[in-house]
Write a protein that binds this ligand. Structure first.
Ligand code: GLU
Length: 325
């Protein structure tokens, strides 16, 4: 049995209604700006690789990307420097540690690009010769092109908050510099600054679902068909999102949900169903790992009902529904 897009959206709307009652979890509080958000906000958006879109809830509510920008930083570093150069400076193993843990792998490199140290490393490899403004514009341009939207902005208050409470990220930067992990002639302060700026980029689920669908669509925007990242780059990003994208819940997520995804402490998650669609969910109350509680619940319910898990296909599950062709 398979579902059409309209019925799939109907089910998303049902899940949305059900989960509004779920008030568990706590809003991130490590910076004052995140503590201030309305915890009741909840939105789900979906965009298919052929450009069909649906949203329910507070899908115009803006939130900052935080760690959700990490796959984009990694993709930009790959496009510019190539796989082998990038991985001379960052590993690709799950760290088994907290996202901001002061730790490096046996070679003195960050474990992977989906944790803070690795994302700071990606920033050191973006437009190395350009000035700070061009580096930031380069990230924004990729996001604008992937989403075909200009509704992606920069939250200066979040940026200032990030910068003022960044002892751990500074410590990670110095720790990596001490271990000669960065490419030669890296300007540490410029690199950290770019990382804080990237975390402070704001969007809503409607736009984020198109970005996720761009990843599902081999790096091309599903609305314009324009290629932003090469398919090879996109594949590498998805592989690391699959193994390392959900903080310390990544192993459990890969096991039970079986899809590449990235979450951020602002309460957003985007999930990529390769060749099919991108799903973006926002709800600021987090679980103990830093993942949005309602968003995880949405994904569990989707995977219960539809053939979405990477390995569902081998089960030929009679009680699960196939997605629209
Ligand atoms: N800006 C945050 C930090 O560097 C990222 C938090 C996150 O979403 O994981 O600590």
């Amino acid at each position: 049995m398979s579902v059409n897009f309209k019925d799939f959206c109907g089910y998303l709307a049902e899940i949305y209604q059900d989960l509004q009652l779920n008030k568990s979890g706590k809003v991130a509080s490590y910076i004052p700006e995140l503590k201030k958000v309305n915890p009741e906000q909840f939105a789900i958006s979906v965009c298919t690789t052929d450009g069909q879109q649906f949203s329910v809830g507070d899908y115009k509510a803006r939130f900052c990307m935080q760690s959700m920008v990490k796959p984009v930083l990694y993709a930009l570093a790959l496009e510019e420097n190539g796989l082998s150069h990038v991985h001379k400076h960052v590993g690709r193993e799950p760290s088994g540690k907290n996202f901001n843990e002061l730790t490096l792998n046996d070679e003195g490199l960050p474990h992977n690009p989906m944790i803070n140290a690795g994302a700071i490393m990606s920033c050191s490899m973006i437009k190395r010769k350009a000035n700070p403004a061009s580096k930031f514009n380069h990230i924004m341009k990729a996001l604008h092109e992937l989403s075909n939207s200009q509704k992606i902005t920069f939250n200066n208050a979040v940026y200032n908050s990030e910068k003022d409470t960044a002892d751990r990220n500074y410590a990670l930067g110095y720790f990596m510099r001490e271990h000669h992990a960065f490419p030669k002639n890296t300007d540490l302060h410029q690199t950290l600054n770019l990382y804080f700026q990237a975390c402070s980029i704001e969007l809503n689920t409607e736009v984020l679902s198109v970005i996720a669908a761009g990843f599902a669509n081999a790096g091309s925007c599903p609305l314009t068909r324009r290629e932003v990242f090469k398919p090879e780059t996109t594949k590498n990003c998805l592989s690391l999102m699959y193994s390392c994208g959900m903080y310390d819940y990544s192993g459990e997520w890969a096991f039970s949900i079986g899809l590449p995804a990235k979450s951020g402490v602002s309460g957003g998650i985007y999930v990529v169903v390769p060749d099919r669609m991108g799903i973006a969910i926002y709800s600021p109350r987090l679980d103990k790992h830093g993942n949005s509680l309602r968003a995880i619940e949405v994904c569990k319910r989707l995977v219960e009902k539809y053939n979405l898990h990477n390995y569902d296909s081998i089960l030929r599950c009679p009680n699960k529904i196939n997605l629209f062709p």
